[in-house]
Design a protein around this ligand. Structure first.
Ligand SMILES: [Fe+2]
Ligand SMILES: [Fe+2]
Length: 291
């Protein structure tokens, strides 16, 4: 059996496609959210209508909203209350994080993420950073919300490939090792998965080229934004270590090529880094242990 990626057809093992199709899927509300966010006008009521279609998501969302991350004097019991008390922007962030939990909570045995919540922190961290970066750009082929979802799912292919790699200690896995194991690298497989879930073409494309944008024609600004987000988050070792430490400096000179390719004004760099740090503070508190 084969799947179409980029221009060529590649042979992929049947078990790989089977595993891909059995991944816990994103809540359907995510694509509805992306469609909503594309509209000029987005109210708290619209938010509530979409969310209430997934009661499991509502329950989880309220649990996170009550987790102590947001200072409040009493508990939040409904979505309208949550909207008022923690704001639509924070709630949207939680919706995406919670929607992707089935995927990002999983442990990868062959990749070099921290075993406890490394893959989760890496995915959520890059989601937040990509959103901040695309919002700071004069022009990008993915908008803010899409940037978040692209970041959240950019490495989802690793979840499938992990099971087909020869067992070994956690380390950097090369693209060639991934191709040898399943016939595709993790970015190509992620594109396939995002298309399977009907996420926008632009999001799937950004994810597909997050490691090889230099080899692609056309607008790959979404992929470059993802690469920049990844590079910034690596400075802090996000997902590689147990605790979240954002104290390392992030000097503009280290990212010059990516900043220039994106057309980002270097004078805005300090603000972008400030906004990324703000979006990541307390991120580890969102990871609620099941009980
Ligand atoms: Fe990554
Ligand atoms: Fe990656």
């Amino acid at each position: 059996m084969s799947v179409s990626t980029r221009q060529e057809w590649k042979t992929v093992r049947f078990e790989v496609l089977e595993k891909t199709e059995s991944l816990p899927s994103l809540s359907a509300v995510v694509s509805e959210f992306l469609a909503l966010a594309r509209r000029d006008f987005f109210t708290a009521k619209d938010f509530e209508v979409v969310i209430s279609k997934d009661q499991a998501l509502v329950a989880r969302l309220l649990k996170v909203a009550n987790s102590g991350m947001y200072g409040r004097s009493r508990s939040i019991n409904s979505i309208p209350e949550a909207v008022v008390m923690i704001g639509v922007d924070n709630l949207k962030k939680i919706v995406y994080a919670v929607s992707g939990e089935g995927l990002t909570r999983q442990c990868l045995t062959n990749y070099d993420f921290h075993p406890a919540q490394g893959f989760w922190l890496h995915s959520l961290g890059i989601a937040n950073a990509t959103k901040v970066i695309v919002e700071a750009l004069p022009k990008c082929d993915i908008h803010g919300e899409e940037g978040f979802v692209a970041g959240l799912l950019h490495d989802v292919g690793k979840l499938v490939i992990d099971e087909f790699l020869p067992r070994g200690t956690s380390r950097r896995v090369t693209r060639q090792e991934e191709i040898d194991a399943v016939g595709l690298d993790h970015s190509e497989l992620a594109e396939y998965i995002l298309k399977l879930w009907n996420l926008p073409e632009s999001t799937a494309r950004a994810v597909c080229h997050h490691h090889d944008y230099e080899l692609c024609d056309g607008d790959v600004s979404g992929s470059i934004a993802l690469a920049l987000a990844q590079s910034v988050c690596e400075t802090w070792g996000l997902g590689r270590t147990e605790t979240l430490d954002l104290s390392a400096e992030v000097p503009v000179e280290n990212f010059q090529d990516l900043i220039t390719s994106l057309g980002l004004d270097p004078k805005k760099w300090d603000q972008v880094i400030w906004d990324i740090r703000q979006s990541l503070v307390g991120l580890d508190d969102l990871f609620i242990k099941e009980n």
